[in-house]
Design a protein around this ligand. Structure first.
Ligand code: ZN
Length: 407
């Protein structure tokens, strides 16, 4: 295939996770017997620009179907994270009632609501109708479309943005160059942008291979993201390292000509750290697949051992990363009998490919599992607190990335 950024032919494999279902394609009882669509999940790395990218070019309409079941507002953690962001960014860039804040992939309005509380005008762009409708019902102006150059042109005829933000959206964009050209059109000359995304160097460092799934087209180092924005006439002027998703970055971006924002030391510091770690050497990307396999073998030998002792094993949190992990390990309901999840729209359904049923917390009324596997380990602390009541049963709460940890 050709690199999605620089068009060079690429062949270096970062990891091959085999054929897998789309993570959010939950099944109902009625369609359990239907044929499931599996797509190869092979991730390559370009030896010219070092963009780490998924091989297969999935139709995006299929990935974000109208009944997409991820609602950001369900997570208290995300709400608190978003509120903190709004409190920080509003004074830093003097946002006020004359500003316009545009969020790309605004989901159910989980974040824009905090700007709206401050009477700062907002516009959400969200391709998934089911989530967008919730935002619209809350009174948050939302356009149900994918963001690209064409939409940016249409929007910019009316108004341009003082702040554009996108959290965990860049990885979902199939055509990065068109997306960034759209940003160039929509942002005011003195406007700023922030983007949050999982940091590739942390993914490699901690062998977080389960954060790879079809919904993501790319995985970013700071080194690459700098190249991308620089190519399109932007400049990154600040970067923060966050704990979210096992280690994320929040970048601050401006038009190159904008003299208002000085470039802070954090930018060169992180670039230097990544260069020292070998971000621009193909050898740094080798060996990841083998480390992922080792994590899989360790988990399988642990869980099969416990199952053979007759232990009752369930999982908690029907997150996308859990699907990657379970399917890569080939786990079915004979080993993990169900997954408890607090999202009503997932309950009563079945995980794609593994067909493990998703149930509500009512499960605990009649069942006392011996082991609970925490699938969204990035919310481990929050989940262990939620499940504290199982301690009196002697239940073990287990995470598996980078190593098996029994709590
Ligand atoms: Zn490339």
């Amino acid at each position: 295939m050709r690199c999605r950024f620089c068009s060079k032919t690429i062949h270096n494999i970062f990891i091959d996770l085999g054929s897998t279902a789309v993570s959010n394609a939950f099944l109902t009882k009625e369609n359990l017997n239907d044929r499931e669509c599996l797509y190869p999940l092979k991730v390559l790395v370009c030896d010219n620009c070092f963009l780490v990218q998924v091989d297969e070019y999935q139709k995006r309409e299929e990935i974000f179907s109208p009944d997409y079941v991820y609602f950001s507002s369900v997570s208290e953690y995300w709400l608190a994270h978003s509120k903190k962001y709004v409190e920080k960014i509003t004074p830093r860039f003097n946002l006020n009632t004359n500003s316009l804040v545009v969020e790309i992939a605004s989901n159910d309005g989980y974040l824009l609501q905090y700007f709206q509380e401050k009477n700062i005008p907002v516009l959400g762009i969200e391709p998934t109708a089911s989530t967008a409708q919730i935002a619209i019902n809350k009174g948050i102006d939302t356009i149900i479309e994918f963001f690209d150059e064409n939409l940016a042109l249409k929007l910019s005829e009316l108004r341009k943005a003082d702040l554009i933000l996108g959290n965990n959206v860049l990885a979902h964009v199939p055509d990065l160059n068109s997306f960034v050209r759209g940003l160039k059109i929509l942002l005011k000359p003195v406007g700023v942008m922030t983007f949050e995304f999982p940091h590739l160097m942390k993914l490699i460092e901690k062998t977080e291979f389960d954060t790879i799934y079809h919904e993501h087209f790319s995985y970013f180092s700071f080194y690459f993201i700098n190249k991308l924005f620089d190519f399109h006439g932007f400049k990154i002027f600040d970067v923060e390292q966050l704990e979210t998703h096992g280690g994320s970055l929040r970048i601050y971006v401006k038009h190159r000509e904008n003299e208002n924002e000085p470039v802070l030391e954090s930018v060169q510091q992180l670039l230097d750290t990544e260069l020292t770690a070998g971000v621009n050497k193909i050898s740094s990307y080798k060996g990841f697949n083998e480390r992922a396999n080792n994590a899989k073998y360790k988990f399988l030998s642990y869980i099969i051992g416990e199952r053979m002792k007759g232990k009752k094993i369930i999982a908690f949190g029907a997150a996308a990363k859990g699907n990657t992990f379970l399917n890569y390990c080939g786990i079915k309901p004979d080993i993990i009998e169900c997954v408890v999840d607090d999202t009503p729209s997932k309950q009563g359904k079945f995980l794609p490919q593994s067909h493990i049923p998703v149930v509500s917390r009512d499960y605990f009324v009649d069942n006392k599992p011996d082991i609970i596997i925490i699938l969204p380990w990035n919310f481990k602390k929050e989940i262990i607190e939620k499940l504290a009541f199982t301690k009196s049963w002697g239940t073990q709460l287990v995470t598996y990335i980078p190593d098996i940890e029994i709590n």
